[in-house]
Ligand binder design. Structure first.
Ligand SMILES: [Mg+2]
Length: 100
């Protein structure tokens, strides 16, 4: 994970983009890339969208992930750890409905 973050940061720094990548800008970018992912599904079923251009969907998914990794790095928080902690909260908030 850290190796990938370092590669992403190197890519950013090689292009002089570091100054634009604060938490606010990254949060905006996550939302914009998520919208680009949604656009892949506009006006058609999920099945048709994937059949038409699965690579475009994968590329947009990766864009979201890249910005999420950068966001976690700026915050100094591990994304996997944060996801696991949130899943614990979700388990409490949404308990398994056991009927007896
Ligand atoms: Mg994109």
């Amino acid at each position: 994970m850290k190796e990938l973050i370092n590669e992403i940061n190197q890519f950013r720094d090689d292009r002089g983009w570091g100054g634009n990548h604060d938490a606010r800008s990254l949060a905006i970018s996550i939302s914009l890339e998520a919208s680009e992912l949604l656009e892949c599904f506009q006006w058609q079923s999920a099945e048709d969208s994937i059949a038409k251009d699965k690579q475009a969907i994968i590329d947009e998914m990766a864009d979201v992930y890249i910005y999420l990794l950068q966001f976690s790095d700026v915050l100094g928080e591990d994304l996997v750890h944060a996801a696991r902690e949130k899943m614990k909260k979700n388990a409490i908030k949404y308990p398994i409905n056991v009927t007896t």
